[in-house]
Design a protein around this ligand. Structure first.
Ligand SMILES: NC(=O)c1ccc[n+]([C@@H]2O[C@H](COP(=O)([O-])OP(=O)(O)OC[C@H]3O[C@@H](n4cnc5c(N)ncnc54)[C@H](OP(=O)(O)O)[C@@H]3O)[C@@H](O)[C@H]2O)c1
Length: 217
């Protein structure tokens, strides 16, 4: 699959590495062409770098992996207003988190994923936002013998199928998280988990087994 990546930082590196290893063709872009080129070189052939717009228009899927405060500007520079992303599968892994308070700066309005969908006209799927980059570098991310489950929120069946296959490529298990209108819950979940982890809590322990989800009897 051809995958354009908007961003040349940690998440672009972690997920790009996995997808190149799985034989996908990746084009990375960033604020700094040098940083994007260096990442492409690290990812190895056939990865290459280009402009934001080239990454937006490159392939069957686009990963949005920039700091949330830069999303609007990056979408503009990628030509979203001119339709460069319209109808494309766009994976949004961003977290619109206010670092000091671990709340969301989107609070009270649409989620970041919905804003991206509104601006770009892309078929947005929220995914990969709830774990640290080092987890996405694991081959595969398996804990206590269980592959990591990756929740996906999106509206378009075709886009969801594409992202499910990219999740499976990592050795993870895709989980249906519902429609894009629920992406804000996933963004809030990430912020909440990060708060627990920063506080030294075992966030993995907060949910009971499935059998207890609706009561124990
Ligand atoms: N890292 C993680 O563990 C992790 C996990 C889950 C989700 N996320 C989310 O994934 C997204 C990417 O995270 P990351 O760790 O890969 O970020 P990062 O390494 O700090 O930066 C990613 C990219 O965003 C660009 N960028 C930063 N600020 C920008 C701005 N104001 N305007 C335009 N571009 C800007 C960077 O450009 P420069 O290289 O020029 O700085 C870089 O290309 C974030 O929204 C983050 O919340 C991260």
């Amino acid at each position: 699959m051809r995958i354009g990546i908007l961003g040349a930082g940690n998440m672009a590196d972690a997920l790009g590495t996995q997808w190149v290893r799985e034989g996908h063709e990746v084009l990375v872009s960033g604020r700094s062409p040098e940083r994007a080129a260096a990442l492409a070189a690290r990812l190895g052939s056939p990865a290459r770098s280009g402009t934001w717009r080239e990454a937006a228009e490159f392939g069957e899927a686009v990963l949005l992996a920039v700091r949330a405060e830069g999303v609007a500007e990056v979408l503009r520079e990628a030509g979203a207003e001119a339709g460069s992303l319209r109808g494309r599968t766009l994976i949004d892994c961003t977290n619109p988190i206010v670092q000091e308070r671990l709340t969301l700066f989107t609070e009270g309005g649409p989620s970041m994923a919905e804003r991206v969908a509104e601006t770009s006209g892309a078929r947005v799927v929220k995914a990969f936002n709830a774990c640290h980059e080092d987890v996405w570098r694991m081959t595969p991310p398996v804990f206590d013998g269980r592959p990591l489950a990756v929740p996906l929120c999106g509206d378009d069946p075709g886009a969801l199928a594409t992202v499910r296959s990219l999740v499976t490529d990592l050795g993870c298990t895709p989980v249906d998280g519902g429609a894009l209108e629920r992406a804000g819950l996933l963004e809030a979940t990430a912020a909440f988990l990060i708060g627990l982890w920063f506080g030294g809590a075992d966030a993995q322990a907060i949910a009971p087994p499935l059998a207890w989800a609706t009561g124990g009897s």
